[in-house]
Design a protein around this ligand. Structure first.
Ligand code: FAD
Length: 537
């Protein structure tokens, strides 16, 4: 199991451990018919046509096409959104070819536990009623009205029907709940055994087979084919690295966004301090092609995310990292200037925001003392947690991990962490005064989390973050069509799943429409496949 798999599984595990329990203990993405009909070019033996290369630019070497294929719909990426798009297009009697870069289908989608919905058949059976106007209002408010209300309307309208459609495909759900307080309403439809790999993928793959969908694994999408601004197909590489041309009436991008693309991650604001991204899978292939080749409107700098905080080589599921990294907010956070910049309880309601400071600061240190450590070790912090590895204080004190400075004085601590000693002392003095007063005069942190830093040894933990799943990349309209800089659809081009998710800007509202990312994966994919069918018909 490689590092990414471990990280992904760990993410899954954390979700299942209910990181959040509200109020008390928290643990644990020119609509004319001509665009999609009958525009596929004849195969050329050799072409130089601006397909994307590894760096996101245009392929400069001419292509030697070893195989040419024809279809109605070309799906790039067979994670959950790509597979749903392929099945829905197949159900609509369209000839589908689906390309998957990896040797197996599934993407990150195979790790999902559940799907958000309102007014689903399962909710109706159980008499569950959800105030969708509340969800709409909150979603618009938390995004500061920068997300699209019409997109949310379509999403909410379709969410219940999408669960019915999944049931019709044979998918299995085990429960509908609020995830023990993770969500504000019982909106999470958990797959069988909380595993999409069990409750979803086998059934959708069977359906895809029955509709004659041709899925090619180890065959990465490698760029778009355009004629007069209309997308009329795509290129791919076969297992030998040779060029394939697929002429299609429409191309659906579903490549899972850009969490492995360093340029885009930096554009979004991640410092990536000490983080090495794996660009082999999530290198934004779909997004880069849409932007660089088809002139799509980018929202790379505003995409939301599912990211993970890190504390050096410490495994985050022990009690130490749980407390030190952000939740529930007992430590003092300072930046590279040794200045405080946030109330440390900021991630209290939405676990997904824990990494936000990594977007706003160059460096982050979580600072605390021995007394606080012992409080955590005794699990008598305000939010005791269950199921986490107990803390080994000696191991922490003797750690040689450069991400953790341990010192007998604040001066020494500053020196080890590379911070200005006088400034750090001043920040701690001010913070301690607030603790004594029981009032955070600077950031308004609740008094119960004001724990003074007075008892040696002192600790400064350098917190970094790496993006797990980015949610968004290119702008799409309510039909999942990719739009250009003028917000007009680019004919023949669709983006679904996290490549084109328009529901979020900035923050993934994990607490409100919990598992909404997955609901969008399914909805955007079905919407695209149905829109294409309407055009081709
Ligand atoms: C551990 C974990 C648990 C999660 N749990 C939940 C949950 O319970 N609920 C929820 O809402 N969200 C959850 N998420 C987020 C969820 O996984 C994503 O929203 C979802 O996977 C996005 O679907 P997608 O189809 O857009 O991308 P993916 O499912 O990641 O699929 C993208 C696919 O495209 C392929 N690809 C990339 N480039 C190319 C190329 N050039 N050519 C061909 N193929 C390519 C990839 O190999 C991949 O198979 C979780 C994420 C993780 C990591």
């Amino acid at each position: 199991m490689d590092k990414d798999q471990v990280r992904a599984l760990s993410e899954n595990e954390r979700f299942s451990r209910r990181n959040f329990v509200k109020g008390a203990a928290l643990v644990g993405g020119v609509a004319a018919l001509m665009g999609v009909a009958g525009c596929a070019p004849a195969a050329d033996d050799t072409q130089d046509n601006g397909a994307s290369d590894e760096s996101g630019g245009s392929q400069t070497t001419p292509r030697t096409i070893v195989e040419t294929l024809e279809c109605d719909v070309l799906v790039a990426g067979v994670g959950i959104a790509g597979l749903v798009a392929a099945v829905q297009a197949g159900e609509n009697n369209l000839k589908v070819i689906a390309l998957e870069k990896q040797g197996v289908v599934g993407g990150n989608g195979q790790f999902t536990e559940g799907v958000f919905a309102v007014d689903s058949p399962l909710q109706k059976e159980q008499g569950i009623e959800v105030d969708r106007s509340y969800i709409m209002h909150k979603e618009l408010q938390v995004s500061q009205w920068i997300t699209g209300g019409e997109q949310w309307t379509v999403f909410l309208d379709n969410s219940g029907d999408n669960i019915q459609w999944l049931l019709d495909q044979g998918c299995k759900f085990s429960a509908v709940s609020d995830g023990e307080g993770v969500a504000e309403y019982p909106v999470i439809h958990f797959w069988q055994n909380k595993k999409a790999a069990e409750g979803c993928f086998p059934f959708l793959q069977e359906k895809a087979d029955s509709y004659g969908v041709e899925i090619r694994t180890s065959t990465p999408f490698d760029g778009l084919i355009l004629e007069n601004g209309v997308v009329v197909g795509a290129y791919a590489k076969n297992e030998s690295g040779e060029d394939i041309q697929i002429n299609a009436k429409a191309v659906i991008l579903a490549t899972g966004s850009y969490s492995g693309n360093e340029e885009y991650c930096r554009e979004r604001g991640w410092s990536l301090d000490g983080v090495t991204l794996d660009s082999t899978i999530y290198n934004a292939d779909g997004i880069r092609a849409a932007i660089n080749e088809a002139g799509a409107r980018s929202f790379v700098p505003y995409a939301t995310f599912n990211a993970t905080n890190h504390l050096g080589n410490f495994y985050y599921q022990d009690m130490f990292t749980y407390h030190a990294m952000s939740n529930p907010g007992d430590a003092l956070f300072v930046n590279e200037n040794a200045a405080r910049f946030i109330y440390e309880t900021y991630a209290e309601e939405n676990y997904m925001v824990q990494c936000v400071p990594n977007l706003t600061q160059k460096k982050i240190f979580s600072v605390f003392d021995r007394a606080t450590m012992e409080k955590w070790a005794n699990n008598d912090a305000l939010y005791p947690i269950e199921g986490y590895t107990p803390m080994d204080l000696d191991a922490i004190d003797n750690s040689t991990d450069p991400a953790l400075a341990v010192a007998g004085s604040i001066e020494e601590l500053a020196s080890k962490a590379g911070l200005d000693a006088a400034k750090l002392q001043a920040t701690i003095d001010r913070y301690n005064e607030n603790c004594t007063l029981g009032i955070d005069r600077d950031f308004g942190k609740t008094s119960e989390h004001l724990l003074p830093i007075t008892t040696a040894p002192f600790y400064a933990a350098h917190i970094t973050a790496s993006p797990g799943v980015m949610i968004g990349g290119v702008e799409t309209n309510i039909f999942s069509q990719v739009v250009d800089i003028l917000k007009n659809p680019i004919e023949g081009l669709y983006a679904v799943g996290v490549d084109g998710c328009m529901l979020y800007r900035n923050i993934y509202t994990f607490d409100t429409a919990c598992a909404g990312a997955n609901a969008n994966n399914i909805n955007s994919a079905r919407v695209a496949a149905n829109h294409i069918a309407g055009k081709v018909a």
